[in-house]
Write a protein that binds this ligand. Structure first.
Ligand code: ATP
Length: 910
């Protein structure tokens, strides 16, 4: 039931809900209502219980066979063996469970980080709160790009349009406006309501929350909303395929080992158990979980650097990115704007003063009236607010200022508008003053496509429209100019003069806005953009600085070194864009600028060709961004693209890595993106690329480690049976070794720090195999060295005549070779001495624990009979250790030679 909310008078409704349009609820009442009505969220499907997740660890076919074989061996009287195998299998399952649980928890934490927020009016102030904390009676502020957080009755709407396809199937946005509707109005026609889950595509508004959570229209039709499952990343998919090949080849080799062993007269039962154990040990069943953990750990690291990953796939793709397309304002620049120069009528005036403090002077020769009019337009055509110590100007006027000496001025809202507000205040023009007499009756909000904004104010008599926006666009609509206190026609020569001034300001990297007005003597008439935003009177220009972020200059350099091109995309003027681009190191010799207008004239093919040289796109509209992404992609680039406004969403979605702004971004863009920048800062993108590269490296590290070791194990067994030797390892030893070598050390590799020169390499080709650049050969080579070493140790032991002693030597050689070898896997280029032995303390701890456990099995009298181990003497240990360091040693020598011919290595820059 959609309730009767749309039929009740607004004042009645506000009273009924116990709230006020200006102040909203107070926090205490909101907290009470939250308890009464519950959180504003839709019911989720029940989670998989932990016990099921644990049992899931035993689903693997080979583990089941092993368990069955163990039970049989128990019945045959091998109790100690059976119980130990059971314990090892259970401990393995616990390890697997812990990994899976950790991965799941980190993914959950991630979802919370990207949970939606809502802007509300509470305690008389505008606040951002998590959308789940909304309660009936809250007043919600809406802007284009917002996702409606609950069911709302609209109280204010300025050009508001909402797309409701998720609810009604209608994909054309619906115009909304306050008012009362008759009973029986259908959901699709309730244009005084906004429904949870739909999206504001245009305009601004205010609404009263009438229903939350499951009581909303969406909650009632959806019942249980099944959150979409995170799809596997390309690497995870490839590894799953690889896993299948590995499983079948492992099974084939194990079957061969069993068959040959049985033919050679080994007891069939023991050979079978050995075969199954080998299969369990050699099949890298932990791989998918470790990959997920590595990705999740990477995600955590990225969060520390302000990059919030929404799609796991982005972690991998980030490392491959070859172009970063970034917005200028706020991402590459500081977005702390100060008006430095104005053109008042046609006169150049310098504005002094620092930051947002409304104190400064206007230096130059200008007509007083012209300046007053310009400042008035800037103050009124403005939705930002100036506040001191969080007290709004209105409050300050009422004498609410604190007595502190150092009071801090802040801007609420868009910094561009904030700068204009400060400029007006420097001249003694305050919106709050004017609004005592004049009232705003309409607004056509700013958006990046229109590049302008208009408000209409009415005083006792006539109405006036105040317009501001990109100068070229405003000038097109001007027919007059306000000069020396009079309205004069604007000639082409005057227009040219204004444009010259404009280019002069833009060339100094200033962001320039034009201001204009129009009197509407017959009242506002039928309000629409077309008939109001024409025949305007030009007032002047305001040029503001927006300094580049110093960190962005460094990040652009780092990206360049890492083979990544930075492209700046901005709605600003070409000259401003060029000047800022130069300061940032984006625009230099050989690079080109392309404007939105140029772009319109190019075919897709021409744009593709041009895109290879362009590093600055100026005066573009959001829909151009989509064409830019496509052109770059067709050039074979892996494109990261930032966006904030609702119209950026398609480009952000199309990019290989869509990036949205955490602060300035809209809900829609955030939802389309794979990564959110918590600080809206370009530097964070480059940091995330670095982490992405590191994570991929780490995945390669443990794949190398796990597979080299498994090849070593399988080869040992295969070589022994083929050579007619007794079994070098007993089933229980194989299982134990799997536990101590694969568990902790492999996990510790997943959190290994990155190579320090990781941002000196070229980007990785996303199509390349995870085994490329010689990894497969390294795995096979090291596996062979490990296997042959183990056989050698076994033979030395056998020559002394005792099988248990020989097995203990082989067993220890195999375990310790892996524990030494793990250190070599830490880098593909650098030796352990290079990267520092102690730089991954988790790995040291993991190896120590594994070594102690192994020694316990060697020496503890209770364990010796179970694992058929004997204590080795000094010279035997010497042989074991000498052989064990061989794989690590050989690999280090190879690396050393490689380092000498560094330019040939892998994807290092030539
Ligand atoms: P980015 O660099 O992130 O693309 P931008 O600020 O350069 O952002 P837009 O925000 O799309 O691009 O602005 C485009 C142009 O519109 C600006 O150059 C300016 O002239 C004008 N403009 C910006 N903000 C406003 C505003 N609040 N009101 C009116 N005009 C504006």
């Amino acid at each position: 039931m959609s309730g009767r909310w749309h039929t009740i008078k607004e004042t009645e409704l506000l009273e009924k809900m116990g709230t006020g349009l200006k102040n909203g609820l107070d926090e205490e009442e909101a907290a009470n209502r939250l308890i009464r009505f519950g959180r504003n969220e839709l019911a989720k499907p029940p989670k998989v219980p932990l016990w099921q997740m644990f049992l899931g660890q035993f689903k693997d076919f080979m583990v089941l066979v092993l368990l069955a074989a163990t039970v049989i061996s128990g019945f045959l009287g091998e109790w100690a063996d059976a119980v130990t195998i059971m314990i090892i299998v259970v401990v393995n399952a616990v390890l697997g469970f812990v990994q899976e649980y950790r991965a799941e928890k980190s993914m959950e934490a991630l979802k919370q980080l990207t949970a939606p927020e809502a802007k509300v009016q509470r305690d008389g102030q505008e606040k951002r709160i998590p959308a789940i904390a909304l309660v009936p009676g809250d007043i919600v502020l809406l802007e284009s790009g917002d996702k409606i957080p609950a069911d709302l009755r609209l109280l204010e709407a300025h050009n508001l349009a909402i797309e409701e396809s998720t609810l009604t199937g209608e994909s054309v946005p619906v115009r909304k406006q306050p008012g009362i509707l008759p009973e029986g109005t259908g959901l699709g026609d309730m244009n005084n309501m906004a429904f949870q889950g739909t999206v504001v595509t245009r305009g601004r508004g205010k609404g009263l929350v009438v229903a939350t959570g499951m009581a909303t229209e969406m909650g009632q039709i959806a019942g249980l909303i099944h959150s979409s499952e995170e799809e596997a990343t390309p690497l995870q998919r490839r590894l799953a395929q690889l896993g299948k090949i590995l499983v079948s080849s492992c099974l084939a080799i194990c079957a061969l080992v069993v068959a040959v062993g049985v033919m050679r007269g080994e007891p069939a039962y023991q050979m079978f158990l050995a075969g199954v154990s080998l299969a369990v040990a050699a099949i890298p069943e932990g791989l998918p979980a470790i990959v997920t953990v590595a990705l999740a750990v990477g995600v955590q690291r990225m969060i520390k650097r302000n990059a919030i990953i929404r799609k796991l796939r982005a972690v991998e793709t980030l490392g491959c990115s070859t172009v970063i397309c970034s917005d200028k304002t706020g991402t590459l620049t500081q977005n702390e704007m100060t008006v430095r120069k104005i053109i008042c009528g046609l006169d150049l005036v310098d504005v002094s003063g620092e930051g947002y403090i409304p104190q400064g002077k206007f230096d130059g020769s200008y007509h007083k009236k012209d300046l007053q009019m310009l400042l008035k337009a800037a103050a009124l055509c403005n939705n930002s607010g100036l506040a001191q110590d969080n007290i709004s100007i209105g409050g300050l006027f009422r004498g609410m200022a604190g007595s502190k000496k150092t009071r801090e001025w802040r801007i609420n809202g868009d910094p561009t508008e904030g700068a204009l507000l400060v400029m007006s205040a420097k001249g003694g023009v305050w919106r709050e003053h004017i609004e005592l007499k004049e009232k705003r009756i309409a607004e056509f909000p700013f958006d990046s496509d229109r590049k302008r904004m208009t408000v209409i104010y009415r005083d006792a008599g006539a109405a006036t429209a105040y317009v501001k926006g990109a100068p070229d666009i405003i000038l097109e609509h001007c027919t007059k100019i306000y000069r020396n206190g009079r309205v004069l026609p604007i000639s082409n020569t005057i227009k040219k003069e204004i444009i010259n001034h404009y280019c002069g300001l833009a060339d100094q990297a200033l962001r320039v806005l034009a201001l204009a007005y129009r009197e509407l003597p017959g009242g506002a008439g039928k309000l629409n953009e077309k008939n109001i935003e024409q025949d305007l009177v030009f007032l002047g220009l305001a040029g503001m600085i927006d300094p580049p972020r110093p960190s962005a200059v460094k990040a652009v350099k780092t990206a360049k070194r890492a083979g990544i091109k930075t492209v700046m995309i901005t709605g600003d003027h070409q000259l401003t864009a060029q000047a800022v681009g130069r300061e940032l190191g984006i625009f230099g010799k050989g690079s080109r600028v392309l404007t939105g207008a140029d772009l319109e004239c190019l075919s897709d093919d021409e744009l593709r060709r041009e895109a290879a040289y362009v590093s600055v796109y100026a005066r573009v509209s959001p829909h151009h961004k989509l064409r830019i992404v496509r052109a770059l992609k067709r050039n074979g680039h892996i494109v990261a693209m930032t966006g904030d406004g609702v119209n950026d969403a398609p480009a952000v979605k199309e990019a290989d890595i869509g990036i949205s702004m955490g602060i300035a971004g809209t809900d829609v863009t955030k939802e389309a993106s794979a990564m959110v920048l918590a600080d809206d800062n370009f530097t964070t993108i480059v940091a995330a690329v670095e982490e992405g590269r590191g994570i991929y490296d780490n995945i390669r590290k443990f794949i190398r480690y796990l597979l080299s070791c498994n090849v070593g194990e399988v080869l040992t067994m295969l070589a022994a049976v083929l050579a007619g030797l007794p079994l070098p390892l007993l089933p229980i030893q194989i299982l134990w070794m799997n536990l101590v070598t694969d568990g902790l050390p492999a996990m510790a590799l997943g959190v290994d720090p990155s190579d320090r020169d990781i941002m000196f390499r070229k980007p990785r080709d996303p199509r390349e195999s995870v085994f490329s650049h010689g990894l497969a050969w390294r795995i096979i080579g090291s596996g062979m060295v490990i296997g042959l070493g183990t056989i050698a140790a076994f033979l030395v032991g056998l020559s002394a005549g005792d099988l248990d002693q020989a097995r203990t030597m082989a067993f220890n050689t195999l375990v310790f070779s892996q524990l030494f070898y793990v250190f070599t896997c830490r880098s593909e280029f650098h030796t352990i001495i290079d990267i520092g032995f102690f730089s991954n303390s988790y790995l040291i701890l993991a190896v120590l624990i594994s070594a102690v456990l192994q020694l316990a099995v060697d020496y503890l009298p209770v364990l010796q009979p179970i694992f058929h181990t004997v204590a080795l003497n000094g010279s035997e240990w010497l042989i074991v250790l000498a052989i064990s360091v061989a794989p690590a040693f050989i690999s280090t020598i190879f690396k050393h030679i490689q380092m000498k011919t560094r330019e040939k290595i892998m994807y290092l820059r030539v």
